[in-house]
Design a protein around this ligand. Sequence first.
Ligand code: SAM
Length: 330
Amino acid sequence: MPAAAHGPDGATPPFLILPGFPPIINQYYVCRLPEVLQATSFTSYIPGLRPMIDINEIGATAFVIASIRALEPEKPQPLFNDPYAPWFSNDRARTAARQVDAVFPPSTTMVRFRTRYFNRFVERGIVDGARQVVLLGGGFDMRAHHYHDMGVAFFEVDQKAVLEFKRHILADNGLEQPPSLFANYLEEDVAGGLADLGFDLAAPTLMVWEGNTMYLPPASIMPFLNRLAAAIPSFRIAFDYFAVDLQRRDFDSDEDRKRLEGLERAMQASFPTGFPDLTVFEKQAPFEVAESGSFSELAEEYGLGEMVAEYPEDWRETLTLYRYCVLERR
Ligand SMILES: C[S@@+](CC[C@H](N)C(=O)[O-])C[C@H]1O[C@@H](n2cnc3c(N)ncnc32)[C@H](O)[C@@H]1O
């Protein structure tokens, strides 16, 4: 059973966590259940959780993504099966997910495509010989449980608050959290921290870095990747990204700008980082680009070619900005 979070003030449960609560001070609040129920309709009650959870605005995005995944069974043509996603959904995050849809309707479809894409990255990678999978900024990714029978070790890295929340939810449902590194991975020794949890630095490894790059400060990314590459000789890392310089907000069209900025508002988080040119990973870090493309190009393969082909042309233009990439350590 996972350890309980310990509050310094010895406060007792029950408490309520409020994903999406106003980001006035950039935080999520854990509140006493009765008080909150009087004031709100939020329903993510976690029995036994003590008040140490402090999920910031980036961590909060994980609830929104889980809420999008939770809708998959209702789709006419489901692209994946994530029966755990509803555990991490709630009214507030569902509202944000609806706002994402309202800003730019294909956005949630692209989250569906990306889930399918990263599933395949893991499945193929394991078949090709990977022995370990790291979910980097994994949030409420449940691939460690989906692929539990495939004989590889899973590790998770995320902020402590997110992983503690997840650990509680899993424990309530009789599941165990895989070995987890609580860390700001941009600042801490991820390889060393993982090794302390049993990660084999020499074994072939996959890293899933899904739904992360756009939220990160750009100057931290190359130093982070270089540190990983210096410590881990054989790995592939897959990520999604926006193919535009988001520091300079260098958009080709006003429509693209409005859509991306609308998504930032809906997600209540900013997107400071994009990669207009993937050669930076080859020039500034020891990687080769092993695979890349736009998610919308996968529509045909996923049986939704007709749907995407019928999108207005300007939607399809904007969608070319949302892409995947796999880097291989040289
Ligand atoms: C949009 S969510 C995506 C979660 C998951 N990968 C998915 O696609 O469902 C982003 C996650 O990355 C985590 N994250 C972002 N930057 C991080 C950092 N520097 N250190 C640790 N975790 C980070 C957040 O806490 C959050 O859980």
